[in-house]
Each structure stands twice: as structure tokens, then as C-alpha cells.
Design a protein around this ligand. Sequence first.
Ligand SMILES: Cc1cc2nc3c(=O)[nH]c(=O)nc-3n(C[C@H](O)[C@H](O)[C@H](O)COP(=O)(O)OP(=O)(O)OC[C@H]3O[C@@H](n4cnc5c(N)ncnc54)[C@H](O)[C@@H]3O)c2cc1C
Length: 397
Amino acid sequence: MNKEYDVIVVGAGPGGCSAAICLARRGCDVLLLEKEQFPRGKVCGDGISPPALETLDRLGILPEIIGKSPWKIDGLVISSPAGQAVTASFSHLKGPFPFGLVMPRREFDFLVLQQARKYSNIEILENWEVKDFIDQNGSVRGVKAQSDGRKGEFLAKFLVGADGAYSVVARKTVSREKKFQQGAFGIRAYFKGVKGLTHQSEIHCDRAILPGYGWVFPTGEDSANVGVGIASRHLKENNIRNLFQTFVEGTPFVKERLRGARMVENSLQGGPIPLGSFFRRRSRKNVLLVGDAGGFTDVLTGEGIYFALRSGECAAEAIHSALKSPEEMEKVGRIYEGLWRNALRSREFLFGSFVQRLIVREFFLNRNIARALKKPSMALNLASILCHQKTKMGLLF
Ligand SMILES: Cc1cc2nc3c(=O)[nH]c(=O)nc-3n(C[C@H](O)[C@H](O)[C@H](O)COP(=O)(O)OP(=O)(O)OC[C@H]3O[C@@H](n4cnc5c(N)ncnc54)[C@H](O)[C@@H]3O)c2cc1C
């Protein structure tokens, strides 16, 4: 007879580890299944925002991360198609961490998983890929997984899908409907020998790559994660590799500084960014989706680490309250929907997608950045909006 866990978490990225740690702290018996062996890479800009640091602090991981001396970020430079650049400083942000970090995901995710290993009630199985689900009266009773040709079945009362943008949990158990889903795609590479890097991350909305945008996120004094992202609806008429090439070779803010720099071999890789949707369903019966599996990323920037960590916390809270009283078991999905909508301000997904469609236009970008240069309070506002402390609607006025 197979052991029954309280919860199976599929995927050990930031979303899965956050859920597992929060569940373990509440005394739940957790199985964390991960198809890769860590440390493993993940295509990302590697930017960890101030709100993400608050969540990492709650999870007890921040000291270890800071201990590795990642590159500290004290603001964001945003440049317009007209060539003007404004700095949105983080110094005035509310909260204990008015700064961000850049840390390659291979290192960051490994540290987060190491934290999960500290809990004896989290069993971690790496190299185990979840392929299918065990159904019982319309609810998920467990998962079917494979590892190097071996097959295994694992049972649990609840399932958390934290298996990223291509989530098998989402596809097979929750979001069979496709409507209202929206996405973006990003591509990045690591460069060494980059000139003129500071403690500011950079976002460049160059005319040549609109409606996409490019970023330079410093990972050290002369090394950076450089990439471009674009909403998937524009991908038909834009080849993302060409956009990347245009960005690194043609963008005034970037090309001089990359001249003579070396792209790290095999580091040019792309991946989907499932932009947050107000409408999308993140739960079904005893299954909850967190992070990219649930389509939780910021609709303007594609930031997803904070959303993965935070939705993991919400899923753990919902499951814990359902486990406490049997009559709540049925309501776990509803509890979770309420918690994440409140914590992640779900209306911002709605406003954000509206704002995003307007803001990627040259006129808006030029106007807003020119105005922010004249009015310092607007630049401060920009940082608050990007760090989820103010509504995105503020970008339109
Ligand atoms: C180009 C690009 C740039 C980005 N830049 C940033 C940025 O700078 N800052 C930021 O905050 N966000 C950024 N994001 C978004 C961010 O990378 C994601 O939102 C974040 O990784 C989501 O975390 P997660 O835990 O939900 O999923 P993931 O980090 O994808 O982890 C999912 C895990 O599940 C495992 N898994 C998958 N399928 C299975 C299975 N069947 N069985 C078992 N395990 C499985 C995977 O191996 C993986 O370890 C970027 C994304 C892209 C594509």
C-alpha cells in the first residue's frame, strides 16, 4: 500500500519550494517531485525584485542568498524610443528591502531548494517527472511519475502544480479551457566584458525592437544577463532572435557597451512567459496551480519569481486551512482564489493588460519618459508601480 502524503508538489522551482516550505512549517507531510537534478538552469532575466526579497525573507532564505553576494540593484533605468532615459530609484520604496538583486537562476533556485531540504517532513525526489494523474470520482488522488525508466505512483490529499510554463498539471487537471490566456516570449544570453554597468538594471524600449523591449541586468561588475521579450501576439511578424540581434548590435544604449564583450557559449536561450490573467482558473477541486503553472507573471515586465513565491505561500495557507477542518476540504480552491487575488492584487492583471497594450506604443513611451524626466515624483511613482505598490493605471496619466 502506497503512503498517502498530505500534499504532492510538482516542480521544485521558486513556486514549488515556497509552497513546500510553507506547508512543512505548518506540519504537513509533503512530497516534492522534480524532473531535473539541481542545480539546473532556467531561462530568466535573473532579476529578483524588492517584493520578492520580502517573501524570501519570510521563507528564511534571504540570509543565504545575500551571503553569496549577488549583484545589488538600487533602481531601474528605462529608456524611450526617442533615446531619453529615466531612473526609477528603489530608495524610497515602502518595506524593509528598498533594493533588488540579480542572481543567475542556476544558483538562486539551488539555494531555495536547499532551504526546502532542511525540513524533515518534505521528501524531495529529483529526476522524477510527473506524467499523469490518478483520478478518483473526478478528484486527483495522486500522480504517476517516471525516473530513468522506473515508474512510480504517489498518493496525496492535495496536489500543487508548480511545474512551470509547460505545466502538465495545468493542462491535464485544471485549465482545459484556453480563453483569456495571454503570453509573452523572452530570450536571453550572458555576456562578459560589458562596459559601463552600474547597480541599476536597465530596460530599453528601442524603436527597432518595439513592441518588444530589451534588458541589461548586471550580474557583476562587467557581466550581465541581456535579453529581449515580446508579447506572443506579435511573434508572427517578429523573429525573436532577430530582435535580440538588433537589440545587442543596434540599440544606442547597448551596442557600445557590448562592443568587445563576449557572449557566454550556449547561453542564448528562450522561454515562454505566461502573463497573468484576471480570468484564468488556478484551481480545480483539490488541485492548486502556483507560479508559471498558474500563469502568474507581471503583465508589463514579465517578472515571475515574486509571483511564484507569493502564490506558493497562498496555496500552502489554503491547503492548511482545508486540512484543519474536513468541511473546508471541498472549498480549498475557493479559499486559494480568494487568497491569491488579494495578495497579488488580481485586478492589476486586468488593468495591466490594458495598460500594456497602450504603453508599448512609441508615443506613450516617449511622452511618459519625457514627463518623468521633468517631474522627479513621476520617476518615483514608476518604481512604486513596477514594485506593485501602486496601480499600473498610474502609467496612463
Ligand atoms: C526570458 C525570461 C526572462 C525572465 N526574467 C525574469 C526576471 O528577470 N525576473 C523575474 O522575476 N522573472 C522573470 N521571468 C519569469 C520567471 O522565470 C518565472 O516566472 C519563474 O521561474 C516561475 O517560477 P516557477 O517556480 O513557477 O516555475 P519554474 O521556475 O519554471 O520551475 C518549475 C519546475 O518544475 C519542474 N517541472 C516541470 N515539469 C515537471 C514535471 N512534469 N514533473 C516534475 N517536475 C517538473 C521544472 O524542471 C522546474 O524545476 C523570466 C522568464 C523568461 C522566460
